[in-house]
Write a protein that binds this ligand. Structure first.
Ligand code: PEP
Ligand code: MG
Length: 890
């Protein structure tokens, strides 16, 4: 028999924290907390296998599930001494989702379940608080109707607002028991009107409905989008947790809150959180009421009037603080906690590893390692390599003039500039059209995920540091200012105003998520300071990794940036990129459009000194202070069509330089046009057809090398790389030509190698290695040609493939280890069998992708090469790969 249901509570549990895959994060941690003896309301978890089985069997539950759910309910009844559906002594439960990876707000939750016209009376008597009972009932109807039955919650909110207006009430707290009772009647009528049947009264029917809805929400649109953005496979499924309700809305000695054991923005070792008196959990997250601070210090720092929890409920706070200490010690990581206080008694509703900004992740990892709580290797494994990206980008220049429009909470750090937009659809559309946008909303909800993803930064008028906008923005690494209370958005007029000042849609603003300010126009930015915790983690990473890290760069600025970020050489200098600049494009076009060798040589003669200067500039940066870092320079590999003139004026200019008519030029351009340029006259094929091009480039490299060697006394390490090779013969011919030029110039030290970027090259690596000093895997083309999938067009239909589950991830982002990876392994094996000194690296985009870097480490490559801003990510990812394989070996 399969165990579908795992119970917890009363000081023990059937599951534990190691069972996250089966019980989901929430379920596993509730079980663990229960076993630790912490006050957890009793409950049970329906496993993720129920979910996966349900979807596998055409939305049918396993046959033996029902009795296990009944047993789970009986377990809760026993521990609470209450009975589900009982009119006198009713048990109420919450039903919540809980996947393996946390997906905040993406799936459904139902609270106060089990209330009906009879049990509400029982609850009123039991609690001695009729107002509370009917307030809970109306919350239940609203939530259940919305989540389970599809009646939008606005239906009920409108009724409530009208009721308040009629009675002259401002706040919900002004409604008394009778008011809520009246409203419950109206809510039920409204539900019936919308549904065509009565709101369900049978608690068991309610429970089944809620369970169906939560499992169903695994496949709702926003959960699907969230999974895609966060690389969470659909096959994981979600668990469902059914748990006895505890009430934070039972008056002034009750409360609900969320807390982090350290500051999730900065990583500071201080408790951090918010709570609301006389409220239920969803009130905090929804950002409807402004929460109070947890600690006295935080209240003083924020200049808040309302007392902190430390001051308002000192005893419960002390117990909570003790729990923080024991949970952090137990989990050895920063925890994100939800709690409820019911009439002075503390209940723990959740603990999980807290999401944090990259800055906080670094600080927490370094602090915990320094305190001996974790090892240096563990500290390295704790930081998400990709998240370092957040730290590498500019912040506002402290001295730059600025014109502040609004301020709110510093909800997620970083600075960004963009045009104001007010809806998520618009944000997405403008982003697609190449704009940078700032999404300004009253508050965000999970329906805004796509807009938040498209935006450079998010600003909300309402909500606290744990509001939806704040939590999601931090997870995405986007700047966010939340709760900018003075902002009034007028959607109809497409503008927002702050105390009379109007900002229209499309106007540029600058957002500083680190201070919570919004400024008019563009504020100057500065490059980040990469010292402190960042430098420490990088130094530890360098100790741990065995892979070398190089960069793909060709401009002096990029080369210098990469070197500053720790690049140990250039893995790919794309020489064709040196000609994108307007001033050089002319000569280059002249060269490719020339109809004969003389014409080409005339153009090449003009290019030679420019190329020599370009290479010298790079060598100067990489051979300095007695140290020489290797520079792999790839000979020309242009998809020629990218360089052809298209505009009439351009055509005329090029024609004039070449001394031909525009008509002749056009016809030459037509001759060059290819049906399939990616598979056309590219790479070394060009060198075979026009040897003088590669000869010129080799000459430029050797002359630049000599020049820099004589200037600095350090010989640059020149590695000349031939692209798009498919046979040994190509390499043999081209290498011979390069060697001839080397002799002619009297070249210093150099080596010649090849890219492996075609399946045939991988398969024939043995022959090719006879002529190559190194292989560099060009996995962009290797992916394109292995799949037969155009790298320029695949983006249009790959999402369909991901959705259909044919591929898990875009293979141009994360290496396809099964197919492309296999070819790499074959090439490594066959190449090194012939040439044991063969240097092996990768220079496709995958060289900066952590999962692909792990593969490269295991495949025995010596280095990865990536774009400059990816270098720190690659350093850390390489360290993590080394540590992971060390762990696997033990
Ligand atoms: C590659 O194909 O992986 C590569 C690095 O070359 P390019 O992207 O310039 O084709
Ligand atoms: Mg390529």
């Amino acid at each position: 028999m399969t165990q579908w249901v795992y119970a917890f509570g009363g000081g023990s549990a059937e599951g534990d924290t190691s069972m996250k895959n089966l019980l989901g994060g929430k379920g596993a941690n509730l079980a663990e907390m229960a076993s630790l003896g912490l006050p957890v309301p009793p409950g049970f978890t329906m496993t993720t296998e129920v979910c996966t089985t349900y979807y596998k069997n055409g939305e049918q539950y396993p046959d033996d599930l029902d009795p296990q759910v009944e047993a789970g309910l009986a377990h809760i009844e026993k521990l609470t001494d209450k009975v589900f559906g009982d009119a006198e002594n009713p048990l109420l439960v919450s039903v919540r989702s809980g996947a393996r990876a946390s997906m905040p707000g993406m799936m459904d939750t139902v609270l106060n379940l089990g209330l009906n016209d009879e049990t509400v009376e029982g609850l009123a008597k039991l609690s001695g608080d009729r107002r509370f009972a009917f307030d809970s009932y109306r919350r239940f109807i609203t939530m259940y109707a919305d989540v389970v039955l599809g009646v939008h919650h606005h239906t009920f909110e409108d009724i409530l607002e009208t009721f308040k207006d009629n009675r002259g009430y401002m706040l919900d707290t002004e409604l008394n028991a009778e008011d809520w009772e009246t409203l419950v009647g109206r809510f039920k009528d409204a539900a019936k009107r919308e549904l065509g049947y009565d709101f369900p009264q049978d608690p068991r029917v309610q429970l089944q409905g809620a369970i169906d809805a939560v499992f169903g929400s695994w496949m709702n649109d926003r959960a699907v989008v969230y999974r895609r953005l966060n690389d969470i496979p659909a096959a994981w499924g979600t668990a469902v947790n059914v748990q006895a309700m505890v009430f934070g809305n039972m008056g002034e000695t009750s409360a609900t809150g969320v807390a982090f054991t350290r500051d999730p923005s900065t990583g500071e070792n201080t408790y951090y959180g918010e709570f609301l008196i006389n409220a239920q959990g969803e009130d905090v997250v929804a950002g409807i009421r402004t929460p109070q601070t947890l600690t006295k210090v935080a209240r003083e720092n924020m200049g808040d009037e309302a007392p902190s929890m430390e001051e308002a409920m000192p005893d419960v706070y002390a117990q909570l603080a003790e729990t923080f200490v024991s949970l952090e010690a137990h989990y050895r990581d920063m925890q994100d906690i939800e709690f409820t206080v019911e009439r002075g008694k503390l209940w723990m509703l959740q603990t999980r590893t807290g999401k944090r900004t990259a800055r906080a992740a670094l600080k927490i990892a370094v602090d915990m390692a320094a305190a001996g709580q974790i090892s240096q290797d563990e500290a390295l494994m704790r930081v998400d390599a990709l998240s370092l990206d957040q730290l590498l980008h500019p912040t506002l220049s402290p001295d730059a003039p600025r014109d502040i429009i609004a301020s709110g909470l510093p909800a997620s750090p970083g600075a960004a500039i963009g045009e104001v937009v007010f809806t998520s659809d618009e944000a997405e559309a403008l982003k697609k059209a190449g704009h940078k946008v700032i999404l300004v909303r009253t508050e965000t909800s999970p329906e805004d995920i796509h807009g938040m993803h498209a935006a450079e930064a998010i600003v909300t008028a309402r909500g606290g540091m744990t509001s939806h906008a704040a939590v999601v923005a931090r997870g995405m690494g986007k700047p966010c200012v939340s709760g900018a209370g003075t902002i009034r958005i007028d959607l109809a007029a497409q503008e927002f105003s702050v105390m009379g000042r109007v900002v229209k849609k499309g106007e540029t603003v600058t957002v500083d998520g680190a201070t919570g300010h919004v400024f008019a126009g563009e504020v100057e930015m500065i490059q980040p300071e990469l010292s402190g915790d960042f430098a420490k983690i990088m130094a530890w990473a360098d100790e741990a990794r065995t892979l070398g890290i190089r960069t793909n760069a060709e401009t002096p600025l990029d080369v210098q940036t990469a070197k500053d970020f720790g690049a140990e050489g250039i893995g790919l200098c794309r020489t064709e990129h040196m000609f994108f600049e307007e001033s050089r494009l002319g000569n280059f076009r002249e060269m490719i459009l020339a109809t004969d060798k003389d014409g080409r040589e005339a153009a090449l003669a003009k290019i030679l000194p420019v190329q020599t200067d370009d290479f010298a500039a790079i060598f100067r940066i990489m051979a300095k202070d007695g140290q020489s870092l290797p520079c792999t320079i790839r000979l020309l590999d242009p998809p020629l069509h990218e360089f052809l003139p298209h505009e009439e004026a351009d055509i005329q200019t090029v024609a004039d330089t070449l001394g031909v008519s525009a008509r002749e030029l056009m016809s030459r351009a037509r001759e060059l046009a290819e049906t399939n340029p990616m598979l056309g006259h590219r790479g070394c094929r060009l060198g075979i057809s026009y040897p003088e091009i590669y000869e010129m480039q080799a000459r430029a490299i050797f002359e630049a090398q000599k020049q820099v060697a004589s200037e600095s006394g350090v010989t640059p390490i020149a590695e000349i790389m031939i692209p798009l090779v498919s046979s040994a013969k190509e390499l043999e011919i081209l290498k011979a030509a390069i060697d001839r030029i080397a002799q002619d110039v009297g070249a210093l030290d150099y080596s010649v190698g090849t890219m492996i970027e075609l399946p045939r090259a991988a398969l024939r690596a043995g022959d090719i290695a006879e002529h190559a000093a190194f292989f560099s895997f060009g996995t962009n083309d290797l992916t394109q040609t292995t799949f037969g999938l155009s790298r320029d067009d695949a983006g249009r239909f790959l999402p369909d493939y991901v959705r259909a589950g044919i591929i898990e991830k875009d293979p141009f982002v994360t290496l396809d280890q099964d197919g492309v990876g296999d070819l790499i392994s074959i090439a490594v094996e066959r190449g090194t069998a012939v040439n044991k000194d063969l240097k092996l690296g990768i220079c496709g985009e995958h060289g900066g992708d952590p999962a692909s870097i792990r593969f490269c480490h295991n495949a025995g490559l010596k280095y990865v090469s990536c774009s400059p801003y990816r270098v720190p990510i690659a350093r850390l990812a390489a360290a993590q790969a080394a540590i992971a394989s060390k762990i696997a070996a033990h």
